[in-house]
Design a protein around this ligand. Structure first.
Ligand SMILES: [Zn+2]
Length: 422
C-alpha cells in the first residue's frame, strides 16, 4: 500500500482517538491512533480536537449579485469555511435573480476567484423567472451550469398547477424543488408568530396554519406525482406531524430546519427585537419540542442555516419594517455542539443532518470517513469557547439573536478535498 500524503493524529471520533490518513484528496483510512506511519509523512497533531465530517449548508443567501453591502460571495464563503462547511447551496433571490445560466456562471466564477479550493458553491436555480411565479426557468440549462436544486425561496409559487409542472420538470433533470412553505396571502414575512404575543405587541403575526397549508399541498403533490419535494425551514408542530405521517406512508418528501427553530421561542422578539425576526417566525415551546423530536427521529432530514445577512441599519428600524433573517454561518456548528452537550440532539443526528443527508438529497459530494470519500473534514476544538461579537463574525451580516452568548468551541481547521483551507 502506498503512503498517505498526511495523517491527522489522535483526533476524537465517536469518543475514540483516531488517526485519519489522507491520500490524493481522499480518505485513505481511519484507524485507532498510534499505528506506525512511514518516515517523511506529514503528521498533524489534533491536540484534543474533535473530528467531524465537513458540513453542508443547503440553504444560504449570499446576496451577490445586487446586495453586496449585506454579503458577497467571497465574504459568505469565508464565513462558511470558518464555520466548517465544505458545500454551500445559495438561494436565487439576488438582483438579478439567478434564473439564467449567465447569473449562475457569474456566481461560480466569483466563488472560484475568491476561494479556489472551496468551500464548493452550488447555486440554487430560481424556479420561476424573476421569482414571479408565472413562467418556469430553463432548468435543463441551469442544471448543466451546476444547479442541483431549484426554488422560489421567499416567494412560494401560488399557482399549484404551475408548481406541479415545475416539480415534474425539475425531476427530469434530477433536480429537487425546495419549497418555502408559507401561504402567500396569510401575513407573508410577518416575522412574528400569530398569537398572544403578537397581539400584545400590536404586530400582525403569521399563523402556523399558513405554513402547514403549504406543507400539506407539497405532501399531496409529492405523493400524487411520486416525485421528491423538499420542504424548507420547518418551524411548527402541525407541519412536522403531517411530515411524519407522510413519511410513514412512503411519500418522497424531505424537510429541513435551522438551529434557531430548535433553540428559540417567539419570546425572543419581546421588546421588538428585530434580530429575532425570521421567516417563518420563531414559534412556541410546544413547536420547538416538536421540531427537536422530528429531527432526532429523522422526520426532519437536515439542518440548514437559512443564512440571511443584513446590514445593521436595515435591522435598526421598527419591527414591522425590518427585513427577516439571521446571519447563521458563523454560529451554526457551535450551536449544534451546544445542543449535543445539552442532550437536545444526539451526535449521530447532528452528523446525519449536517453532513450525510444533504449530500444524499441533493446529489452533492458526500462527506464521510469511508475509504475513497472526499477528504472534507473539520477539527473542532471544544475547549476554545468564544463570545459572539460583531468583530468575530466573518460574515458581513452581524444580525443574530445569539449576539453576546458564549459558544462552546470553534472550528480549528477545515479540509476540503484534502486541502487545509482554514
Ligand atoms: Zn426561505
Amino acid at each position: 500500500m502506498s503512503n498517505p500524503d498526511f495523517v491527522i493524529r489522535g483526533a476524537k471520533w465517536q469518543g475514540e482517538a483516531m488517526d485519519l490518513l489522507v491520500a490524493d484528496g481522499k480518505i485513505m483510512e481511519m484507524r485507532p491512533t498510534g499505528g506506525s506511519i512511514a518516515e517523511g509523512v506529514e503528521k498533524i497533531p489534533a491536540n484534543g480536537a474533535l473530528l467531524l465530517p465537513a458540513l453542508t449548508d443547503a440553504h444560504v443567501h449570499l446576496r451577490e449579485p445586487g446586495f453586496e453591502w449585506k454579503e458577497d460571495i467571497a465574504s459568505g464563503l469565508l464565513a462558511a469555511a470558518h464555520g466548517g462547511f465544505a458545500n454551500i447551496m445559495c438561494m436565487a433571490n439576488t438582483d438579478p435573480v439567478n434564473d439564467e445560466v449567465s447569473v449562475t456562471e457569474m456566481m461560480l466564477d466569483k466563488a472560484r476567484l475568491a476561494w479556489p479550493d472551496g468551500p464548493r458553491l452550488f447555486p440554487v436555480a430560481g424556479l420561476t423567472k424573476g421569482l414571479k411565479g408565472q413562467q418556469l426557468t430553463n432548468l435543463a440549462e441551469m442544471h448543466r451550469a451546476g444547479c442541483k436544486a431549484a426554488s422560489n425561496d421567499g416567494l412560494p409559487v401560488h399557482n399549484t398547477e404551475l408548481f406541479r409542472n415545475a416539480v415534474e420538470y425539475a425531476a427530469n433533470w434530477g433536480m429537487v424543488v425546495i419549497d418555502h412553505c408559507e401561504d402567500p396571502d396569510m401575513a407573508p414575512g410577518a416575522g412574528v408568530n400569530e398569537g398572544e404575543l403578537s397581539s400584545r405587541l400590536g404586530l400582525k403575526g403569521a399563523p402556523t396554519a399558513g405554513e402547514a397549508i403549504q406543507v400539506a399541498r407539497d405532501i399531496l403533490l409529492a405523493q400524487y406525482l411520486d416525485t421528491p419535494i423538499h420542504v424548507a425551514h420547518v418551524s411548527c408542530r402541525q407541519a412536522v406531524e403531517m411530515l411524519a405521517d407522510a413519511k410513514r406512508r412512503g411519500v418522497p418528501i424531505t424537510a429541513e430546519t435551522c438551529p434557531h427553530y430548535l433553540l428559540l421561542t417567539e419570546d425572543a422578539v419581546e421588546g421588538y427585537d428585530t434580530a429575532a425576526k425570521v421567516n417563518p417566525p420563531l414559534r412556541t415551546m410546544d413547536d420547538v419540542l416538536a421540531i427537536r423530536q422530528a429531527l432526532n427521529e429523522g422526520v426532519i432530514d437536515i439542518l440548514v442555516t437559512d443564512h440571511a445577512p443584513h446590514a445593521d441599519h436595515e435591522k435598526e428600524v421598527p419591527f414591522a419594517e425590518a427585513p427577516c433573517g439571521i446571519s447563521g454561518l458563523d454560529t451554526a456548528l457551535p450551536l449544534t455542539m451546544r445542543m449535543v452537550d445539552e442532550g437536545i440532539l444526539d451526535m449521530e443526528t447532528a452528523i446525519r443532518a449536517w453532513c450525510l443527508r444533504p449530500a444524499e438529497i441533493f446529489g452533492l459530494p458526500s462527506c464521510g470517513f469511508a475509504a475513497g470519500d472526499s477528504a472534507d473534514f473539520v477539527l473542532y476544538d471544544p475547549s476554545a469557547s468564544w463570545e459572539v461579537r460583531p468583530e468575530l463574525m466573518r460574515s458581513k451580516g452581524k444580525n443574530t439573536p445569539f449576539m453576546g452568548q458564549t459558544m462552546p468551541g470553534r472550528v480549528n481547521a477545515l479540509f476540503v478535498g484534502g486541502r487545509r483551507i482554514v
